[in-house]
Write a protein that binds this ligand. Structure first.
Ligand SMILES: CC(C)(COP(=O)(O)OP(=O)(O)OC[C@H]1O[C@@H](n2cnc3c(N)ncnc32)[C@H](O)[C@@H]1OP(=O)(O)O)[C@@H](O)C(=O)NCCC(=O)NCCS
Length: 184
């Protein structure tokens, strides 16, 4: 069966997560190219991911979408809204491209843009936020290009390789997003 996009861009498309994606999600989270950026110390596995997938379509507190190459329809990563707060209209955004060879090809920037558009225009969020390691320059750049503002520093928030590392809190409001759209 053809993998139809749920949200479509030019280079990237986002498709829904199916039960058989448990292996791919575990692969994304366990990738040695990704773990240092998320400060992930513990592994996950397909069984744990299968349990998460079962809950997605029950309560919509966590909404992941698989990022595909728009042309070839091959999977290149996963993006998600986490901890969705219906009352506050708020969600935390994440993005993972597990294979380094897919970096710097524009997938991250476009997937971020597509999620922001989906979050504000379809889900009606008031605010989208995230935290990113201060040393993760590529990620900070793609979030800034989508309009996220740096709102504060979580000083020495995570430990890795003998050091404590700063994290940056970033946020984007629906009102900022609407202003940006008007200016385009
Ligand atoms: C961060 C990540 C999502 C970016 O996705 P990507 O597809 O590589 O990003 P894009 O190609 O769309 O854009 C990368 C941008 O960062 C820039 N960049 C790349 N490396 C950089 C670096 N070391 N310093 C500064 N900018 C850098 C690129 O020039 C590009 O900006 P531009 O388009 O304005 O020139 C991807 O690298 C990834 O999954 N990394 C591991 C997981 C991770 O860090 N996730 C985010 C955690 S908050």
């Amino acid at each position: 069966m053809e993998r139809k996009p749920f949200v479509c861009g030019e280079k990237a498309a986002l498709r829904v997560v199916e039960p058989e994606d448990a292996d791919y999600l575990a692969y994304c989270h366990n990738s040695p190219d990704v773990r240092p950026w998320f400060f992930t110390n513990y592994p996950t596995n397909s069984l744990r991911q299968k349990e998460c997938i079962e809950k997605i379509y029950e309560n919509y507190e966590y909404v992941p979408l698989i990022i595909m190459n728009q042309q070839s329809k091959t999977d290149v990563g996963v993006t998600a809204f986490h901890r969705i707060d219906i009352v506050g209209g708020m969600a935390t955004l994440s993005i993972i491209l597990p294979d380094r060879e897919n970096w710097n090809k524009g997938y991250g920037k476009e997937a971020t843009h597509l999620m922001v558009e989906y979050g504000f225009d379809v889900l009606g969020f008031h605010r989208i936020q995230l935290v990113v390691a201060a040393k993760n320059s590529a990620a900070r750049r793609i979030y800034a290009s989508a309009g996220f503002q740096e709102e504060g520093v979580l000083r020495e928030a995570m430990y890795q390789d003998g050091n404590y590392w700063d994290f940056i809190m970033m946020g984007l409001l629906a009102s900022d997003w609407k202003q940006q759209k008007k200016g385009r």
